[in-house]
Design a protein around this ligand. Structure first.
Ligand code: FDA
Ligand code: NAD
Length: 474
């Protein structure tokens, strides 16, 4: 008979939200054996950096043969333990040609300046990490989850933290999209495949499909790895869901100066492969053909709600929650990328695919769960949207809402030694959103305050002239 296990609390998913939820459960005094994290992530062949490995071999050499064998056995068992980690590292430090980030260096909660939760942390707290376990069936009425291997897990409270998955070109039936070396990036095993391909095709040609976050961050990473990079996307400018044409013009020119070629206004309609099935060329809708040794695709993500279809209310593609992240099913919560929640500031239900919200929503849900048990309550979730990205020597932050009229300020010359510029979005006479490239921590705090307090604007021309100074005065 297949195994059955019961926990008071189960977190389904082992990503960013899961790690921050576990920390909050620990803060709230969860007892050993009460909480489990179930995650399909587990296999990571590049877990340890070369430096770490050298140190490990050196340490082993100081013991006798039996002890060495035991140490290597423990090492081999542990290298596959992918406890929750800070996913943003995968498209940045993980792909660096030198001194690349590797686990255990970026387990949660280092991304927000917190303690690094190694697998031992969960063991010490009595939190069971059930890794390499994909849940294939969820019965919310029976409070039961079933894994691909047939194990069942029952719970009192469920926290859905399944995140999102990549949209693939094979989903659209794009010809040849299943060729080798057409790569995506979501989880650590995707990143390992990418690193292996980058090393195998060193100095080759890369085509990056998509002009969003993955497109921009991966084009930079591939360029740093000496690839000849071409980015292709359908819109008139990159990152259209956030950037204005003026902001995008800076990044496109900066990237062009770094050697990235940009092809706009078209999509990939097919791929040519060689006799081994390795991709060789990308065929574009406008008739152009681009040679490629590697193709990286970043055409968006889809929230992982399938397991719960028909059992829970959905909205805007995600699982609908209240301001405490409880879903339409009592005792079932949803956090992170998968949740569509009331964004109080804008009086609207929204879904957010960014790390800051995944951390904060997880903490809010756990606080709400625990306080409900003692008949108390927590304040409603008050969230100020915060997005950021880093590539090459650049780094930007955005707070608030990008609606209304946008004005650009500062030095947005892509050839400047240290460009620093920003944008404010003004609606109904108030600043609702603020973007800053190249800001210091204090300057970033200042623009966050602008987006939070929504100061009135009497004269848009004055605001443009004042630029960052306007934020410093708030
Ligand atoms: P997340 O995707 O982190 O975790 C979901 C977990 O659930 C995974 O472990 C998955 O395997 C597991 N799972 C799903 N279905 C399952 C099932 N059926 N059974 C078992 N387990 C299952 N944001 C930002 O603000 N700044 C940034 O720089 C970046 N950078 C970045 C880089 C890359 C490469 C990606 C892919 C994403 C980012 N993001 C980002 C976005 C950010 O990482 C994202 O919003 C959070 O990881 C969302 O956290 P969640 O926990 O909701 O999902
Ligand atoms: P995205 O939504 O940011 O960008 C998707 C882009 O795909 C669009 O801008 C468009 O240019 C392009 N596109 C759509 N259909 C296309 C097609 N058929 N051919 C070519 N291009 C097409 O999604 P993403 O960049 O794939 O990112 C995936 C997820 O990872 C998102 O949730 C994102 O928020 C997250 N992420 C975030 C960060 C960050 O916040 N810094 C970094 C990396 C990833």
């Amino acid at each position: 008979m297949a195994a059955e296990k019961h926990f008071k609390y189960v977190i389904l998913g082992g990503g960013v939200a899961a790690g921050y939820a576990a920390r909050e459960f620990a803060k709230q005094g969860v007892k050993p054996g009460e909480l489990a994290i179930i995650s399909k992530e587990a296999v990571c062949s590049l877990t340890f950096s070369t430096t770490y490995m050298a140190e490990f071999h050196f340490s082993c050499s100081m013991f006798d043969a039996a002890m060495q064998a035991w140490m290597y056995e423990i090492f081999a068992a542990n290298r596959h333990l992918v406890a929750p980690y800070e996913r943003p590292a995968l498209s940045k430090g993980y792909l660096f040609p030198q001194n690349a980030a590797r686990l255990p260096g970026f387990h949660v909660c280092v991304g927000s300046g917190g303690e690094r939760q190694l697998p031992e942390w969960y063991a010490e707290k009595g939190i069971e990490l059930i890794l390499s376990t994909e849940i294939v069936k969820a019965d919310l009425a029976a409070k039961t989850l079933t894994s691909a291997a047939g194990a069942t897990f029952t719970y009192q409270i469920l926290l859905i933290a399944t995140g999102a998955t990549v949209i693939k070109l094979t989903d659209f039936g794009t010809q040849g999209a299943d060729s080798n070396n057409i790569l995506y990036l979501r989880e650590i095993d995707d990143a390992d495949k990418l690193v292996a391909a980058i090393q195998a095709k060193k100095g080759g040609k890369a085509v990056v499909i998509g002009g969003g976050y993955i497109g921009l961050e991966l084009s930079a990473a591939l360029r740093l790895n000496d690839y000849d990079v071409t980015m292709v996307f359908p819109e008139p400018w990159c990152m259209p869901r956030l950037f204005t044409a003026e902001i995008a013009a800076f990044y496109e020119a900066y990237y062009a100066n770094k050697g990235v070629q940009i092809v706009k206004g078209t999509i990939a309609v097919g791929f040519d492969a060689d006799a081994n099935g390795d991709v060789k060329a990308v065929k574009l809708k406008d008739g152009r053909v681009l040679e490629a040794d590697i193709v990286v695709v970043g055409v968006g993500a889809r929230p992982l709600t399938t397991l719960f279809k028909g059992q829970v209310a959905e909205e805007k593609g995600g699982i609908k929650t209240d301001a405490f992240f409880e879903t339409s099913v009592p005792g079932v919560y949803a956090v992170g990328d998968v949740a569509t929640f009331p964004m109080k500031m804008y009086n609207e239900l929204r879904r957010v695919e960014h790390v800051d919200h995944s951390r904060k929503s997880a903490e809010q849900a756990v606080k709400a769960i625990i306080s409900k048990e003692s008949g108390e309550s927590v304040p409603e979730y008050e969230y100020l949207p915060f997005f950021y990205s880093r590539s090459f020597d650049l780094g930007w932050q955005f707070y608030g809402d990008n609606v209304g009229e946008a004005i650009l300020f500062g030095d947005s010359d892509p050839t400047s030694a240290k460009p620093k510029f920003g944008s404010y979005w003004i609606k109904d006479g108030k600043v609702l959103g603020a973007f800053l490239e190249g800001g210091s921590p204090d300057e970033n705090k200042a623009i966050a305050k602008v987006a939070k307090t929504q100061p009135p604007v009497a004269n848009v021309e004055e605001l443009k002239k004042e630029g960052l100074q306007f934020a410093s005065k708030i």
